[in-house]
Design a binder for this molecule. Structure first.
Ligand code: GDG
Length: 477
């Protein structure tokens, strides 16, 4: 892999590194021990899950917010990674993170499935915080270092960093969809964000469609010359815009899922659920892009119209708490609570509820056990950059059984063609697909799962990072 494993090292009192990841959050959460001391623990989430193995291999530095507002921390090392905390004030958390990132960009980039809010003071905070991330990165990157900036919260960093450090190789990867040009144009700061991204040498997207949307916008709005995936900037640089579908540590996940302890736990989960014939499972951050109400509705209707016997089939939905201070997320949480309560209440019998709803986050082991316990994995986002849960489920099926119901609007659907694909807006269609996935013959399920597994094991997180970093190292390839 390029770059060759560099070591974080300390020169005078400023630690520096030749490989630097920049992301909104550091990959750790602070936990308090019983004796009152504190430790750092790897935090869950798509980005962290994706980059942790790459970082460990490269022994680089990670620049990001540590999660506590109004606190300044010095760089520290954890599990071989140099962590460089970027401070945020409480007001910046509100305006840059909850505001511009999660109430403006997130809904806008996800097909406006929720209404994006545009506020000038949120934008000002976004610019200010992006500048701070760029400054911190400039201070920690060695001469000629490779810097990999992550995601929608930091789209101005490439340009800000290049202005100070033209010696750096700068890559950017967007984990969420890059929207169609018609939607993107709503953004009052549309040109600034395009220019921000163009500070990178390589801009990566989940899907070719996202890269094409970006190139088209650059041509239309900035009038730069473009040729396929290449953009020529007025100052004579070439920027590449390409797709790199993200993946998971497939073998790591598979090893975990086949350990005796996880197999035993999976059996125990099924027993606790009353040993039903079929376990349906959903695992998502509680987010309005993930299509939870539609999915729960579809399952509820299957039970109420008699297509599914709740003695035979149960649904387990894990909804990991997320962005709880953003209004839209609070509303969603209440909506789901009500919906699940109504469906479980309507069944009107004593016994286990058809839907087990868990608003909680779990250790990775428990996730693996849930994947092993599930006969039908239901991944039905309204829009999703990729969706790692779908790939994790596939990696956790060593016996080539189980069925994946997958939304056409998840990036993963472009690769996982053998899943039972659905349009999550079509409740009747979804009901049909859930039944089909459940009732399909074991032979057909195995045939599909075998092909899915080949895809997920051939294209793992290592390959994703290697392809991106190799292209960044030699952009003419
Ligand atoms: C963004 C994009 C893109 C979830 N709950 C728990 C837990 N998780 C883990 C899952 C999975 C990850 O979090 C979620 O990843 P997703 O890809 O499904 O979704 P986002 O969080 O929205 O991620 C997405 C991704 O970035 C990567 O580019 O695929 O499209 O939206 O790994 O297993 N992990 C643990 N406990 C939980 O309760 N341990």
């Amino acid at each position: 892999m390029n770059p060759k494993p560099p070591k974080a090292k300390t020169t005078s009192d400023t630690p520096t590194a030749s490989f630097v990841v920049v992301a909104n959050r550091l990959p750790v959460d602070r936990i308090e021990n019983e004796d009152g001391s504190t430790d750092w623990r790897t935090s869950p989430g798509g980005l962290v899950t994706a980059l942790e193995p790459v970082m460990r291999k490269n022994e680089g530095a990670w620049v990001g917010w540590h999660g506590a507002p109004d606190e300044v921390l010095q760089p520290f090392e954890d599990a071989g990674i140099l962590l460089v905390p970027v401070p945020l004030s409480a007001e910046e958390v509100e305006e840059y993170y909850e505001g511009f990132s999660n109430a403006t960009l997130w809904p806008l980039y996800h097909d406006v499935v929720a209404h994006p809010e545009f506020h000038r003071e949120w934008w000002d905070a976004y610019v200010r915080v992006n500048q701070r991330f760029a400054d911190q990165t400039a201070a920690v990157a060695e001469q000629g270092a490779v810097v990999w900036v992550q995601d929608y919260q930091l789209q101005l960093v490439p340009q800000m960093l290049r202005a100070q450090r033209p010696d750096l190789k700068i890559g950017f990867f967007l984990h969420i969809p890059f929207p169609p040009t018609e939607l993107y144009q709503q953004l009052p700061w549309r040109n600034q964000i395009l220019e921000g991204l163009l500070g990178a040498d390589l801009v990566g997207f989940q899907l070719p469609g996202g890269a094409q949307n970006f190139v088209r916008l650059v041509r239309q709005r900035l009038h730069y010359q473009t040729h396929r995936d290449r953009i020529n900037t007025p100052e004579g640089r070439t920027v590449l815009a390409r797709a790199y579908p993200i993946s998971i540590d497939s073998q790591g996940m598979a090893d975990l899922a086949t350990s005796p302890a996880i197999e035993a736990r999976a059996a125990e989960i099924r027993r606790d659920l009353g040993d039903p014939k079929f376990v349906f499972l959903g695992v998502d951050r509680l987010d309005y892009t993930k299509g939870l109400p539609e999915r729960v509705q579809a399952f509820g209707e299957l039970v109420s119209d008699g297509s599914l016997d709740p003695e035979e089939a149960v649904f387990v939905q894990v909804a990991t708490p997320s962005r709880e201070r953003v209004d839209q997320y609070r509303i969603l949480r209440d909506d789901i609570d009500r919906l699940v309560g109504r469906i479980n209440g309507d069944i009107g019998r004593i016994g286990r509820p058809p839907i087990t709803y868990l608003h909680s986050s779990y250790p990775k082991d428990e996730m693996a056990a849930l994947y092993r316990a599930a006969d039908v994995m239901v991944v039905t986002p309204l829009r999703d950059g990729m969706n790692l849960v779908a790939k994790e489920y596939v990696a956790c099926r060593p016996n080539e059984d189980g069925a994946l119901v997958l939304s056409e609007f998840a990036g993963a659907a472009k690769e996982l063609r053998q899943a039972y694909l659905v349009n999550p807006y079509d409740i009747d269609g979804m009901k049909g697909r859930l039944l089909e996935a459940m009732n399909d013959s074991p032979r057909s399920k195995t045939r599909r799962m075998r092909i899915l597994r080949r895809q997920v094991f051939d294209n793992d997180i290592d390959r994703w990072a290697t392809l991106f970093l190799d292209d960044l190292a030699s952009p003419t390839a």
